[in-house]
Design a protein around this ligand. Structure first.
Ligand SMILES: [Zn+2]
Length: 251
């Protein structure tokens, strides 16, 4: 799949245009496209990707959900406390979620960013599937749901192709590294299933492969960490002396 270079993604209207074009009837579903500010949609070394937005009390339709211009990360600025209303949130100070109210998932993603020498607000972040669901289990609960989940992924993929061609990352970090329905597994299948290399002896140590998306630029490495909700980041995450981090230039 080649990306149309004439269509640049530069503002919130462009993101909504992509949602309208590719998500079709799903554009009215609750969800979110960017987990970072629009200012991260530019050439950079790293790209973070999860599976899909989780449960939230907010009703945010994809087509008109809030897109933050700059210096914003869902991992530091969005309250994930169950039942909390963003407009009336008491868990933040200065626009940032206080550390004690950040979820384990948020704290671990912050740690991943720091291990790469960045702040979460500096790294482009998104999800394979933009539509929200209470859990992955819910997405995969029966044959019908699974069919819809894969259909959603196929609708979202051209949007990622655009984002990837804007960011041209050296390393895509997948938040969850199972080989089935995780961001790592989905990108692996989009990439014609190249050989997966293990960083250590178990999935907890991380695993990676060289992408073959054929988007018309240098292919990134795809690195999967064990799911941040359940596991600590791998000990050698971001270590520039070990692959694939050794292939990533310092920003
Ligand atoms: Zn809150």
């Amino acid at each position: 799949m080649r990306v149309d270079d004439k269509l640049r993604v530069v503002d919130a209207g462009d993101v909504r245009g992509l949602v309208r074009k590719y998500l079709r009837e799903y554009a009215d579903c609750s969800g979110s496209v960017l987990y970072s500010g629009l200012d991260t949609l530019t050439a950079a070394d790293f790209y973070f990707i999860g599976l899909n937005p989780g449960d939230s009390s907010g009703e945010d339709r994809l087509i008109d959900h809030t897109i933050h211009p700059a210096n914003w990360s869902a991992y530091t600025c969005q309250c994930w406390q169950r039942g909390c209303n963003e407009d009336d949130c008491a868990h933040k100070s200065g626009g940032k979620v206080l550390e004690r109210y950040a979820t384990r998932h948020q704290r671990r993603v912050q740690q991943l960013a720091r291990s790469l020498g960045q702040s979460p607000e500096q790294i482009f972040a998104t999800n394979c599937i933009f539509v929200r669901s209470p859990s992955t289990r819910e997405l995969m609960k029966d044959a019908e749901s699974r069919k819809k989940a894969y259909e959603l992924w196929n609708c979202c993929w051209p949007v990622h192709a655009k984002f990837l061609s804007e960011v041209k990352p050296k390393l895509v970090v997948c938040l969850g590294n199972g080989t089935e329905f995780t961001s790592f597994g989905l990108l692996h299948r989009k990439s014609n299933t190249p050989e997966i290399l293990e960083s250590g002896s178990t999935f907890r140590d991380g695993r990676y492969f060289k992408a073959q998306f054929n988007l018309g630029f240098d292919e990134p490495w795809i690195y999967g960490v064990p799911h941040p909700s359940w596991h600590q980041p791998p000990a050698n995450f971001g270590d520039r002396s070990s692959p694939p981090f050794s292939s990533c230039q310092r920003s």
